[in-house]
Design a protein around this ligand. Structure first.
Ligand SMILES: Cc1cc2nc3c(=O)[nH]c(=O)nc-3n(C[C@H](O)[C@H](O)[C@H](O)COP(=O)(O)OP(=O)(O)OC[C@H]3O[C@@H](n4cnc5c(N)ncnc54)[C@H](O)[C@@H]3O)c2cc1C
Length: 431
């Protein structure tokens, strides 16, 4: 195992060099608020912003630094999340009408984030870069073409196929057997997007408290009582927005959401000529493997950011945990052999049993959770929709609230289970 490229690597998100994580520890926690939000990622902050703008007194409680979770460390790929299932599979599982409604939520999420970033004027390098999905096997190309057709028929989404002979215009790699392009997908700088949301939420009057891990939420009749590391707070309504970082403190979500570690490596700066050769259109990219990889160029166009699954716990500083990403990067772009890695980091995505997001209400406790690795647009949109539901606004329902939120079987063994399933899928990819 060659660890040389990681010699000078920092094990924190490259994005944080531009937008370091902040603390909010100076103020004392108030005794009460109308609404308490647990978790300060995209879900929590978008919801907080909407609720504060509607005149509610909102407090956000975050276990770590503000935005510590996936929201400030993800790949920055903005999509509908609809590619988690083929359209045919979704119809087989839910029937045509519900499948169409689910597809529509993904499409709405994509339009929502674009419009919201524009309206709030958040400077986060949002760019409608388009998504390239490379076919990792010859038959995957035909499957992709069929799925893109179905996506157009059932959801009106525009896309086009790129045959293998024309791949050079999309990507400087000989690895794929053609691919599909979804021109409406986008890229952004997640930590800058998160910082922009934080700024807008605080300007609207939201009070954010870092290092305030919520340990318990109890229904006390008139009020909900929230016990946190920084004191006890009572609220009329609570929103749980902890996604892949949901822990045993709120058992309902611990039993329903499994954290799966995802990791990214960033190369040191490369020449603009080389970058243009590798990714001429600067799209967000991925493949059709069972254990999916995602990659793109950094917003300054000078680095390759390569992401995929991580075996074991996130937040590791062991370079050997990232070597498989380096290896895969070389499979795609052999001419990167020997380039250094400047940053390597990881975090948790939240998986649900049906691999779909859930918006849920239990009495006065609301939640929006379970984006299964595609949460930049979907978490933002779910935060908006759940806030509308908390405000009891008409038209706030979504196809995600109608799903049965099932527990994960053998939850205590989930980490081992995820490792075994990932290894099995990797083996099938190799075969
Ligand atoms: C490495 C990586 C790459 C990814 N790449 C992409 C991508 O390219 N495109 C895409 O669409 N999605 C991607 N995702 C997924 C996406 O980032 C998430 O779906 C999305 O950010 C979820 O937002 P959230 O606000 O729901 O949760 P998070 O941003 O994870 O926030 C949850 C917060 O809750 C806090 N918390 C947990 N428990 C408590 C508690 N008891 N008390 C108080 N606070 C608590 C956590 O500390 C955390 O800050 C990626 C994720 C990772 C980890």
């Amino acid at each position: 195992m060659n660890l040389d490229p990681f010699r000078d690597a920092r094990f924190t998100p490259w994005w944080w060099e531009w937008a370091p994580r902040e603390t909010r520890t100076k103020e004392n926690l108030p005794k009460r608020a109308e609404i308490a939000i647990v978790g300060s990622g995209f879900t929590g902050l978008v919801a907080a912003l909407q609720l504060a703008r509607a005149g509610r007194d909102v407090v956000v409680l975050e276990a770590d630094t503000v935005g510590y979770g996936a929201s400030s460390r993800n790949g920055g790929q903005v999509g509908s999340g609809n590619q988690r299932f083929t359209v045919a599979k979704l119809i087989e599982l839910y029937g045509k009408d519900q499948a169409q409604a689910l597809l529509q939520e993904g499409i709405s999420a994509l339009s929502y984030i674009k419009a919201m970033i524009g309206a709030e004027d958040i400077q986060c390098h949002y760019r409608e870069a388009g998504r390239f999905r490379g076919a990792s096997r010859p038959k995957h190309y035909d499957n992709l073409a069929r799925d893109m057709d179905d996506l157009h028929t059932f959801a009106g989404v525009e896309s086009y196929m790129v045959p293998q002979a024309e791949l050079g215009s999309e990507i400087g790699s000989g690895l794929y057997y053609g691919g599909a392009v979804l021109p409406g997908d986008a890229s952004l700088h997640p930590a800058l997007y998160h910082s922009g949301l934080l700024d807008r939420a605080e300007s609207a009057g939201v009070r954010v408290f870092s290092h305030a891990r919520v340990e318990d939420v109890q229904d006390r009749g008139q009020k909900l009582q929230i016990t946190s590391a920084r004191g006890v707070l009572s609220a009329d309504k609570v929103l749980i927005a902890t996604n892949g970082y949901s822990d045993r403190s709120i058992p309902y979500f611990y039993r329903r959401v499994v954290p799966v570690a995802s990791a990214i490596i960033a190369t040191t700066e490369l020449s603009p000529d080389l970058m243009t050769r590798l990714m001429p259109k600067k799209r967000v990219c991925g493949d059709t493997r069972r254990v999916h990889h995602y990659y793109q160029s950094s917003p300054d166009g000078l680095r390759v950011l390569m992401g995929g699954r991580l075996a074991g716990r996130a937040d590791t500083t062991r370079p050997q945990k990232f070597v498989h990403l380096y290896r895969h990067m070389l499979e795609i772009f052999p001419e990167l052999a020997g380039v250094g890695i400047s940053h390597a980091w990881s975090g948790y995505v939240g998986y649900t049993r049906d691999a779909l997001p859930h918006i849920n209400k239990q009495g006065r406790i609301y939640s929006a959770i379970g984006y299964c690795g595609s949460g930049v647009a979907r978490a933002s949109y779910a935060g908006y929709k759940v806030a509308q539901q908390m405000l009891e606004s008409p038209g706030s329902e979504t196809a995600w609230d109608k799903l049965v939120f099932k527990t994960m079987p053998f939850r205590s063994f989930a980490r081992t289970g995820v490792r075994i399933v990932t290894q099995w899928k990797r083996a099938r990819d190799l075969l």
